[in-house]
Design a protein around this ligand. Sequence first.
Ligand code: PLP
Length: 378
Amino acid sequence: MRKVYLDYNATTPVDPSVREAMLPFLGEEYGNPSSLHWVGARARKALEESREKIARHVSCLPEEIFFTSGGTESINLAIKGTISKAKKEHVITSQIEHKAVLESIEDLEKGGRIDVTRLGADQKGDINLDSLREAIHEKTVLISIMFVNNEIGNIYPVEAIGRIARERGIPFHTDAVQAVGKLPIDLSKLSIDLLSFSAHKIYGPKGVGALFVRKGVKIGRILHGGAQEMEKRGGTENLPGIVGLAEAMERMHRDFEEESQRLASLREMMEKGLLGTISGVHIHGNEKWRIPNTLNVTFEGITNETILVALDREGIAVSSGSACASGAIEPSHVLLAMGVSREEAKGAVRFSLGRGTSEHDIDFVLKRLPGIVERIRQ
Ligand code: PLP
């Protein structure tokens, strides 16, 4: 049976070049970067070379990159590391963030450490910058707004947000898990102070990521236990993973333009195909400001759970885009924040394309979907 994977925003397969780069570090290059002997020195060299490669791809200094166990840890470190224990502070975020941001902030809020302003979104999923400006006050110590939304693919104006934050002297963190490797990012030109990213969304291994912390920006630790990562994160570094992250970023940049264009045209083929063959199809997000691989769609009158199961039976893997709570798919908090009704949000399906997606795959899905939707509706 043909298998089609259209869930690249959830995770990606490890690229062969990444696997190859990692292999020595699962074998003969077994050193601990903190060890003072020759084995450690070799590991340390690989660690620092990886840091340099990654820094080059986002135009920052190597000493501004701190390795973590992935996007979620980077986000927790950025947010919790910024909030001081001493006084009640104010944080601005949005309602459409990934759970890693929402729950890190909620945790601090529940502990009585912070007050929070959560900016809403309009029906295209965009955030109003005037509302951001108005929300800032003298106790605001952090703005955390994502670079790219994982469900609808919208790209947020981090350049403008950074300028607003910088003018008021407030650190700006952005969750760039869906942006790094998918968009050109030049941190020398953006007023971003903290930027989180992850390897497994860009054909790297799972369980490794990094946090960019701009020189001069102070953050505390959340993982204690050693002086690794310039004393910002205790624990022996995941060297195979870090080497994999560096290679994944190199690999993404090798054919970045062509691949982005290829994905955009496949996404367009998918979008046009769905709109042309199925009635009651609604596309979510801002069609002008979306990363090229993501398409979020509601099929009127049916829940995404039924479509997901029916597609899975045909060998097609897609996602609802939102988290599963106790086995049932909850309507997406992103779509609800955009004013989409609960009923419509329950029908949203996310197709996310990637390096392995071909025209044949899209064709296959477009041939199967109309029948599936019709059967479910009946
Ligand atoms: N932020 C966004 C936007 C994501 O899409 C994800 C992954 O789903 C994360 C954060 C969490 O990253 P990780 O899986 O590396 O912890």
